[in-house]
Design a protein around this ligand. Structure first.
Ligand code: SF4
Length: 301
């Protein structure tokens, strides 16, 4: 960690706070004052209590920035969610949302998809990439659901991970969002961000899940996963994090890893254009504003 990162000059802190106001709008700007008091410092000697406090503060700040954070896959039941999650590997949620309506219109139940002609399914799934492997997975998991679980998606981790193409990450997405069971989704964004924030030094996803889970009450796990993943998709990118436009810069030991100039950083922000908020084409009622329009995403307009 450089001295610059360890003890930024007042000017740098002021820049970050200005960026925070610019990005997060009024609601977050109101919270800028307490954030100003926190100096960016390497958490090398950070106590466990201080780490827990900082981690929870980051989650609270992100909750303000992404109040509508939710899974960005369209689904109407657990079966649709598990299929959509499997399809989302190596592609965007928006692409999946554009593809699944045709799939579920033709094959609405696990039994229908289990009996499908693979070539016809491949044609529908082609835009999602890896469409042959994905076709095998979704037909395979539909067969397992139909034969072993009475056509219902099981609500237990140990059963879900037995389904073809379903690992712990997919299982937690399904448990957290279709069954309301708390789960931490350790995807590529989650791994990168928690490392940047020095929440844990672990690199194995299962160990990251355990280490981060210990910093938060279980009831926070699902929303925490959404907040972190949304932040990774929109601001804290893998190659060029937009540090100068990051609302949690004052809490981040990796500030400076990306662009710190607020104007240049603003240009790095990414928002999906397919559906608001986020990528969801059919946002649930809860995410719509009073006029029935989707609440605008952060920084839109
Ligand atoms: S690395 Fe930069 S963009 Fe990512 S959380 Fe830290 S300050 Fe924000």
């Amino acid at each position: 960690m450089s001295a610059k990162k360890a003890a930024p000059a007042k000017k740098a802190v002021a820049k970050k706070v200005a960026a925070k106001k610019a990005v997060a709008g009024k609601a977050v700007a109101k919270k800028a004052a307490p954030a100003e008091k926190i100096a960016v410092k390497p958490p090398a000697n950070e106590s466990r209590t201080a780490l827990v406090r900082r981690a929870r503060r980051i989650n609270r700040e992100l909750a303000e920035v992404y109040p509508y954070a939710h899974p960005e896959l369209d689904f109407e039941n657990p079966f649709q969610l598990v299929v959509a999650t499997v399809l989302s590997a190596q592609t965007t949620d928006l692409r999946v949302n554009q593809t699944t309506p045709a799939l579920f219109a033709k094959y609405p139940t696990p039994e229908d998809l289990a009996a499908a002609n693979p070539e016809e399914v491949e044609e529908i799934l082609r835009p999602c990439g890896f469409f042959r492997a994905k076709t095998r997975s979704v037909i395979g998991l539909s067969k397992a659901l139909a034969e072993d679980f009475g056509g219902e998606v099981p609500g237990r981790l140990e059963d879900l991970v037995k389904l073809p193409g379903v690992g712990r990450k997919t299982a937690f997405v399904v448990l957290g969002n279709a069954f309301g069971r708390p789960g931490i989704t350790v995807d590529t964004h989650f791994q990168r961000l928690v490392r940047r924030w020095q929440w844990t030094g672990e690199t194995d996803p299962d160990k990251i899940e355990a280490a981060v889970g210990a910093l938060f009450p279980k009831s926070d796990w699902t929303d925490l996963s959404h907040h972190v993943i949304w932040h990774g998709r929109r601001i804290c990118h893998a190659r060029k994090p937009a540090c100068g436009a990051c609302p949690i810069a004052p809490l981040c030991p990796a500030y400076g890893e990306g662009e710190t100039d607020p104007e240049k950083a603003k240009k790095l922000l990414k928002y999906e254009k397919g559906g608001f908020p986020g990528q969801r084409l059919k946002p649930p009622q809860a995410y719509l504003d009073a006029g029935g329009r989707p609440a605008p995403p952060l920084g839109a307009g």
